[in-house]
Write a protein that binds this ligand. Structure first.
Ligand code: G
Ligand code: G
Ligand code: MN
Ligand code: NA
Length: 249
């Protein structure tokens, strides 16, 4: 495709940049972390949505370079921040099953002197399905190196309790699709049971997709620890993120 061709020829260092979306502690309303989201502005075809270019990169074998470029950029960025705000980074399915990629990530943090305690990786249930055993082994290596792991898009897969318990995760990120019908009585029941699952597993729970006060009240009722969504901020540049973090502190 045209996008794949442009991606192959792209100067990733130059054409990919990062934006950051704040995650707030629900009780204090401080910024407690930021999710790193990649943006690709192709020199030849203009801006392409990450949902599209990440998928094409996975299908065409370009994802490893792209993921490592994003991760290295993020590590170099956060070293310069005046406050040690933690981040989370999305891993794709290929990254999770590739031991060389995982080892490279651990090396990068070491050589750039980034504290792994500041870095969380987000993985989806679907991304792990390709090879669950390898995924668990690699995520365990990341966790042993000091990184934390969040299960992204939680609730949209088929994970049962015993499977979830076998994963080296420290957080569940409840998918934002559950907030599409906040007026529906079923919404609160479903969200409560997902948050209850996090409590039973003894892991942190974040609710995504908070767009208005109604969503925020729902988050408070179901009892999650943190929230993310347009109400607190769209993905933004590092300067704006740090300013927001400073103001909320
Ligand atoms: O910001 P939003 O439209 O930016 O992102 C769309 C989708 O692309 C989300 O599902 C998000 O997880 C994914 N995405 C954004 N940045 C990255 C990235 O750096 N790596 C991977 N694997 N996925 C990303
Ligand atoms: O979980 P995932 O990595 O898929 O989430 C990142 C995506 O979610 C990005 O595309 C981001 O822009 C989007 N997003 C973040 N907050 C909100 C929100 O409040 N509403 C909607 N509709 N999308 C959001
Ligand atoms: Mn994510
Ligand atoms: Na998600």
């Amino acid at each position: 495709s045209q996008i794949e061709h442009a991606l192959r020829r792209a100067d990733l260092e130059k054409e990919i940049h990062l934006v950051f979306q704040p995650q707030m502690n629900l009780h204090t309303e401080n910024v407690v972390r930021a999710e790193v989201l990649a943006r690709w502005n192709s020199e030849t075809i203009g801006p392409i949505e990450p949902g599209r270019f990440i998928t094409i990169a996975e299908e065409s074998g370009l994802i490893t370079d792209i993921s490592l470029t994003i991760i290295e950029k993020a590590f170099r960025e956060i070293r310069e921040w005046p406050v040690p705000l933690p981040i989370s980074l999305n891993l794709s399915s290929h990254d999770i099953i590739s031991k060389p990629t995982i080892d490279r990530i651990i090396d990068l943090a070491r050589s750039l002197k980034v504290d792994p305690e500041r870095v969380e990786f987000e993985v989806t249930e679907t991304a792990m399905m390709a090879d669950t055993e390898k995924a668990i082994a690699n995520l365990t290596s990341l966790k042993d190196a000091g990184f934390s792991i969040a299960l992204d898009d939680f609730g949209t897969g088929y994970s049962n309790f015993s499977y979830l318990r076998s994963l080296p995760i420290t957080k569940l990120k409840v998918d934002r699709s559950f907030l599409e019908n906040p007026g529906d009585p079923m919404t609160e029941k479903v969200l409560s049971s997902l948050a209850g699952m996090a409590r039973t597993l003894g892991v942190h729970c974040l609710l995504e997709g908070i767009e208005d006060e109604i969503d925020l009240l729902m988050a408070r009722r179901i009892g999650v620890q943190s929230v993310q969504g347009y109400l607190f901020g769209r993905p933004m540049n590092a300067h704006d993120l740090l300013e927001l973090a400073r103001r909320s502190a």
